[in-house]
Design a protein around this ligand. Structure first.
Ligand code: UDP
Length: 354
C-alpha cells in the first residue's frame, strides 16, 4: 500500500515520527512524505526533522506566510499535483492545521481515501481556525483515528456512527512519542535554573492577535515570575512579533523555540506548565505535572474533568491564582487516558489490514 503523508507544522513532525516508524515495521507499505513548509523557522522545522529521525520529505512545498485562504489555497494546488503524480492508495493527515485541511480536501476531490489521525477533537469554538480545519477534515475522511473517548463521543453526536466510515479509539500518538523520546531529553543550552521553574508556552492566535488578551497574559506572567517561581518561555516567532508590535516587555526567561528533546527536559524538570498549546497540556500530564491553560476551552476535556488541568482564559487574576494554587502539585495517570503509548502501532496495524 502506498501512503502519502502530509505534514507541515511542529506537532505534526512529532506525531509523524512515531507513526512513520510503526508503519515502517509493517510489511507491504511505502510512504511518501509531503512537507508543506507551514512552519519554516529553522528551530521549529529543521531541528524537528533531525531530532525525530523523520525521513527527509519526498516533497518540500515551501508554503508559509500569508492569510489562511492564500496559504491553504496554495497548498491545495501543490498537494493536488503531487497526488496526481504519486497516485497513493491512501492519504494520512494529522491534527488540525491548514496543511491538514489542504491535504484532506485535495485527496477527497481526487477520491483518494483519507485517514485522519487525531480525529473527533472539538473545542466547540468556530472562531478557532483549528476547529474549522478539524471539523472539515473529519467530514471527508473515511478512517477516523480518535485519541480519546471524548473524541469518539463527539463524532457520534455529529452522526458519524451512521456513516460508512471507521471510527477507532487508538489512543494518542503524542503519548507514544513522549514515552519513546523521554530518555533523549536534554537541557537547553545556556539555561541554568534550579528545578521547579514554570514552563510557559504562548502562541494561540486568539491570544496573540488580541491586544487585550495578550496584555493580560503578559501582566500575569510578570507577576508570577516575581512572586511564585521563575518562568521559562520558549517563544514562538508569532508571539515575539505580537509582543513587539503591542509595545509590551516580557521580563521572564525568554528563550528561542527549543527542539523537542529540550522541550521534554523542560517538562520533566518544571514545577508547573502554563500554556495555550493543545499538545503541551497533555505533555504536562505525561510528565506528571499540573497544567494551567490560558484558553477558554480545550479539546482535552478529560484532563479538566480529573482536575489536573485548569482553564483560565486570558484572565490576569485567574491565571495568577490558578498558578499559585497548583504550582508543584504532581499528577498521576491512573486510568491510562491516552492509550499508554500504543496508538501508532494500532494505526499501522489497522491500515495494513484495511
Ligand atoms: N514544542 C517544542 N518546542 C517548543 C514549543 C513546543 O518542541 O519550543 C513541542 C511541544 O512539546 C509539543 C508540540 O511542540 O509536542 C506542540 O506544538 P504547539 O504548541 O506548537 O502546537 P499545538 O499542540 O498547540 O497545536
Amino acid at each position: 500500500m502506498k501512503l502519502l503523508t502530509i505534514i507541515g507544522a511542529r506537532p505534526q513532525f512529532i506525531k509523524a515520527s512515531v507513526v512513520s516508524r510503526a508503519i515502517d515495521e509493517q510489511e507491504g507499505f511505502s510512504e511518501i512524505i509531503v512537507h508543506t513548509g507551514q512552519h519554516f523557522d529553522a528551530n521549529m522545522s529543521d531541528v524537528f526533522f533531525n531530532q525525530l529521525g523523520i525521513p527527509r520529505p519526498n516533497y518540500q512545498l515551501n508554503i508559509h506566510g500569508g492569510l489562511h485562504g492564500e496559504m491553504t489555497g496554495r497548498m491545495l494546488a501543490d498537494i493536488e499535483r503531487v497526488m496526481l503524480k504519486e497516485a497513493p492508495d491512501r492519504v494520512l493527515v494529522y491534527g488540525d492545521t491548514n496543511s491538514t485541511l489542504a491535504g484532506a480536501l485535495a485527496a477527497a476531490k481526487l477520491h483518494i481515501p483519507i485517514a485522519h489521525i487525531e480525529a473527533g477533537l472539538r473545542s466547540f469554538d468556530m472562531r478557532m481556525p483549528e476547529e474549522i480545519n478539524r471539523i472539515l477534515t473529519d467530514q471527508v475522511s473515511d478512517v477516523l483515528f480518535c485519541p480519546t473517548t471524548a473524541a469518539v463521543d463527539n463524532l457520534a453526536r455529529e452522526g458519524f456512527s451512521d456513516r460508512p466510515v471507521k471510527i477507532l479509539n487508538v489512543g494518542d500518538v503524542m503519548q507514544d512519542s513522549a514515552l519513546f523520546f523521554a530518555k533523549r531529553a536534554v537541557a537547553p543550552k545556556g539555561l541554568s535554573l534550579p528545578d521547579g521553574f514554570i514552563l510557559a508556552t504562548l502562541h494561540r492566535a486568539e491570544n496573540t492577535n488580541d491586544p487585550a488578551r495578550l496584555q493580560a497574559i503578559v501582566n500575569a506572567l510578570l507577576v508570577i515570575h516575581e512572586t511564585v517561581a521563575p518562568i521559562v518561555l520558549p517563544l514562538h516567532p508569532r508571539t515575539r512579533a505580537a509582543i513587539h508590535k503591542a509595545g509590551l516587555t516580557l521580563d521572564v526567561h525568554v528563550i528561542d523555540p527549543v527542539g523537542y528533546f529540550e522541550m521534554i527536559w523542560l517538562l520533566q524538570h518544571c514545577g508547573l506548565v502554563l500554556t495555550d498549546s493543545g499538545g503541551v497540556q497533555k505533555e504536562a500530564f505525561f510528565f506528571g505535572k499540573s497544567c494551567v491553560t490560558m484558553r477558554d476551552q480545550t479539546e482535552w476535556i478529560e484532563l479538566v474533568n480529573i482536575e489536573v488541568n485548569e482553564l483560565v482564559g486570558a484572565d490576569q487574576d485567574g491565571i495568577i491564582t490558578a498558578v499559585g494554587r497548583r504550582f508543584g502539585q504532581l499528577v498521576e495517570d491512573q486510568n491510562n487516558l491516552y492509550g499508554g503509548g500504543q496508538a501508532s502501532k494500532c494505526i499501522a496495524k489497522f491500515l495494513r489490514n484495511i
